[in-house]
Ligand binder design. Structure first.
Ligand SMILES: Cc1cc2nc3c(=O)[nH]c(=O)nc-3n(C[C@H](O)[C@H](O)[C@H](O)COP(=O)(O)OP(=O)(O)OC[C@H]3O[C@@H](n4cnc5c(N)ncnc54)[C@H](O)[C@@H]3O)c2cc1C
Length: 464
């Protein structure tokens, strides 16, 4: 068996594996082997539906060394005034360029594309899915698991409900491959994929009354206008969040206060959402989503027959000629929170609130610049991803404490303030801007009562 020697083996060339590797090789003289069963970088974006876009500004996504996109503000269209958001094709071209020109091109990163990784006892093995050859990887330093938060997507995950023979159920990707228009579209799912599918159908001229939306849970979503790469916007979002928490009587009340502050959006003002994965949404998208009147709220689908959709809470007819669109993969994953640095491997997780790319890059920087795992874990505690109002509040508490901890280190603060992936970035030249200092002062006034109350609402012990 051929053996390949390396300092680090990073399993997964998705956004997190790429961001970690990029920051690591920028700050340490090491060799990294990056392995992925896919043949190119970008992870789930390789199989995403063709009309997907980042839901956030492009500059917040990718790797620390290389900005994704031009950092431009949109000047036309419904999002004029907001930062550009890359489409799938741009995300893939970006990762391709970073991998092959910057990382592999440096000679310090070897990419094993189309290789399945597995561990057998003490052996780390990678088998080519093309030639069948298995390589043994001799690792001088660490194994990095960049698959721990790998999302599930409809293209690679079957629908989570039964489908009778002869019923038309397709993954969302197939919407862009239809040969004949169906009589109705039945959108199954409540998350970003479902909202993207509906907006795309409406943009393609499908009348709103031809769309049936199976919405098991109503979602809270973040107003895209308050998640922008601008320190005043970021500080105002943090202050609004903490002010709402400080006065909130309950989790529901917290989200209602955030809605009143223009931070959170919901589709139906009559319904209290129970889902809070909180992708960002544009005001124009909210207007379009509200045109769908045929909404089924009977829980999750159990199975679909040729004549009806059977759900947890009842059944509705499936019109003849209708196409059921699977948008029901869970997306974000919620594995147990474990220390990022463990004796066997590094398990990449989020650290601050959201922004997986920044968190993976931070872990790469900390791996390169600290030599003790206890200290690395102190600086970078793992965070949860949000699913419900309660886990959203938990994420705020954990992320705020983490950002304080790593932000207290002079070198990390300087690195983070130079990193475009960081939504809390304040460049030195912006620090004395009166609008920035006013927003920071407002945050300073509300952060303590806010975080203490947020922890109570999340059922966590008080923040330390
Ligand atoms: C539709 C969609 C849109 C999103 N938009 C945004 C956004 O705008 N902003 C944002 O911050 N986040 C966004 N996210 C979330 C974010 O993209 C993900 O959290 C992050 O990109 C996940 O990347 P990852 O590297 O953890 O996982 P993945 O992209 O899944 O990469 C993991 C890789 O590991 C490989 N792998 C797994 N096991 C093995 C093995 N045994 N051997 C070899 N290879 C293996 C897989 O092939 C895969 O390529 C979005 C997510 C989705 C689904």
């Amino acid at each position: 068996m051929r053996t390949l020697e390396t300092d680090y083996l990073v399993v997964g060339a998705g956004a997190m594996g790429m961001a970690f590797t990029d920051a690591l090789v920028d700050h340490a003289d090491v060799h990294v082997t990056l392995v992925d069963r896919r043949h190119a970088a970008g992870g789930h974006w390789q199989d995403a539906y063709p009309f997907v876009q980042l839901h956030q500004a492009s500059v917040f996504y990718g790797v620390a060394s290389t900005v994704l996109g031009s950092g431009a503000v949109q000047t036309a269209g419904p999002e004029a005034g907001l930062q550009e958001r890359a489409r799938r094709s741009e995300v893939l071209a970006y990762f391709d360029d970073v991998l092959f020109r910057r990382l592999s091109g440096s000679g310090r990163v070897t990419f094993l594309g189309g290789y399945e990784y597995r561990q057998e006892g003490a052996d780390h093995l990678a088998t080519s899915l093309v030639s069948g050859e298995t390589l043994r990887i001799d690792i001088r330093r660490r194994v990095v698991d960049a698959t721990y938060l790998s999302p599930t997507i409809p293209a690679t995950t079957p629908p989570p409900f039964g489908v009778a023979d002869g019923v038309d159920v397709v993954a969302v990707n197939d919407l862009a491959r239809l040969a004949v228009a169906p009589s109705r579209y039945v959108i199954a799912g409540s998350g970003k994929t479902a909202t993207d599918a509906i907006i795309w159908l409406l943009a393609n001229g499908v009348p709103a009354d031809q769309i049936i939306w199976i919405r098991p849970r109503d979602p809270w979503m973040l107003n895209r206008a308050v998640v922008q790469p601008d320190p005043v916007v970021a500080l105002t979002l943090a202050a609004d969040t903490m002010a709402a928490a400080a006065s909130a009587e309950s989790l529901d009340d917290l989200f209602l206060r955030l809605e009143a502050a223009g931070v959170m959006l919901r589709i139906d003002p009559e319904v209290s959402p129970t889902m809070a994965k909180t992708p960002t949404l544009g005001a124009w998208e909210l207007d379009l989503l509200r045109t769908i009147e045929n909404v089924v709220r009977l829980g999750h689908i159990k199975h679909v027959t040729s004549g009806e959709i059977v759900l947890e809470g009842g059944a509705v007819p499936l019109p003849a000629g209708a196409l059921v669109v699977h948008c029901a993969a869970s997306g974000l994953q919620y594995p147990p929170l474990v220390p990022i640095w463990a004796p066997d491997k590094i398990r990449l997780q989020t650290i601050r609130v959201g922004f997986p790319c920044f968190c993976a890059a931070l872990a790469g920087y900390v791996e390169a610049t600290r030599d003790d795992d206890t200290e690395r874990n102190r600086l970078c505690p793992p965070n949860t991803l949000p699913d419900s109002p309660s886990s959203w509040a938990e994420m705020q508490v954990r992320g705020t404490v983490a950002a304080r901890t790593y932000g207290a280190e002079t070198d990390i603060a300087a690195w983070a303030n130079s990193c475009a992936l960081n939504p809390a970035r304040i460049e030195p030249s912006q620090r004395d801007d009166p609008a920035v200092t006013a927003a920071a002062a407002r945050l300073g006034d509300v952060v303590e009562p806010g975080i203490v109350r947020m922890a109570e609402l999340a059922g966590l012990p008080g923040p330390r």
